[in-house]
Design a protein around this ligand. Sequence first.
Ligand code: PA5
Length: 469
Amino acid sequence: MIDLQYHLDGTMLASGGLTDADLAQLAAPLTQARDQVLADAKVWSTGGPASAGRDASPDETGPLDAGFHYLPNRLLEELAEKGDASEVARIGAAADRLAGAVDKVVLLGIGGSYMGARAILEACCHPYYNEVAPTLRQGRPAIYFEGNNVDNDAVQGLLDLLASETGGWGIVVISKSGGTLETAASLRIFLRELAESVTDPSELGQFVLPVTGASGKLFDLAHALGCPDVFSVPDGVGGRFSILSAVGLLPAAMMGLDIQKLLEGAAAMNEHFKTASFEENIVLRYVAAGHAMEEKQGADIRILSTWGKRLEAVGLWYDQLLAESIGKQEKGAMPLTIVNTRDLHSRGQQHQEGKRDKYITNLIVESSDREPLAIGESENNQDQLNELAEKTLPEILSAALAGTNQAYRDDQRPTADLVLPKLDEGRLGQLLQMLMLATVTEGRLLGINPYGQPGVEAYKQNMNAILRG
Ligand code: PA5
């Protein structure tokens, strides 16, 4: 059962928004798109395109990487069947092994190979995870992200940090292709430093946890280093859809999170997507509203407005997911994540009075983990806050959200609300799976293959040609 909710109240406006009829007319095409998404997924639950007698490139515009869809179900089934020998259990054991041996982990990866881990960390861990005493992060290692750029000073800054503190460190390196230059170059540099810092360089591989494809340069290097645990990105699971494979699960386990709950949340969303009618289906209605706003109102900038601080990285992960999946054939809405109330003070003006090309979805967490903190009384009432002394930070955030929605409604600027009752592994699993399913469903609705990223190849080839002369 899912408990995420999606409310379209602020979208159903007299002008500037949609009517019930606008959504209703998408019921048939979207139900058809869902059927295609389910059929694509079935190919991967029965052994992949070859065994299903299907071409891996059904529309000749890219791969059919629909393996992400039932991956949570497959991993959970395998866990129930095989217990300690299952991939989920092995991921947990490998994460515990490295976490027990080091204080810090450098996670190397770019795009879909790191954004999910960062999203999970920011959503589910202590807000100052790396800085707090280890007891406040269950004794798990601090985690630093690199290999997601080629910034000379940033890399050396991290090396300074690693060298200046006592306690060992290790590497999690993630690259499906195993050949991405940013990640590979960083790995070479960090391995060199790690070899200097370990007592016995022949044991270097013990401190490196690779996640990669079933073959390739990183795969070969991992074996040459003698890494005891190497995890694979399963066939049919593309980078930005890989968050619920070892790509996201291994870092999540390293953070001490409950990875089974993440998978259960995703599996519940799969069931909802497959069985709920168009009227009840939050994935289909989310796609319908975004698509109809673009078609009818020309709103091709989709703002994911996160409230509070913890979902920014989930938003950035989603920006990448939507942009790389749908931004093809000169189509595709422009995703943009903002964080409120912070960005009301930097972008709010434009959203209230700028071009009517934006559609805002609020991403709301209903309850905070910690006790609500009140403003409180003070002898120094120069700020005149004593009359609000009883008000808590969650109440102020709610008032800001209600006030913003009202201001947009008064100006005929549509908004929708996507609500999580709480932010934990189960709800995050629901949300991540919902956004991945929505993205591929929209791709099928638009006639765009959501998998692959042919446009990114040009820069890679040019960069390599320039470097190799
Ligand atoms: O979504 C994608 O496929 C990309 O963002 C990739 O994850 C990114 O390019 C990194 O690729 P790789 O994992 O092969 O290093």
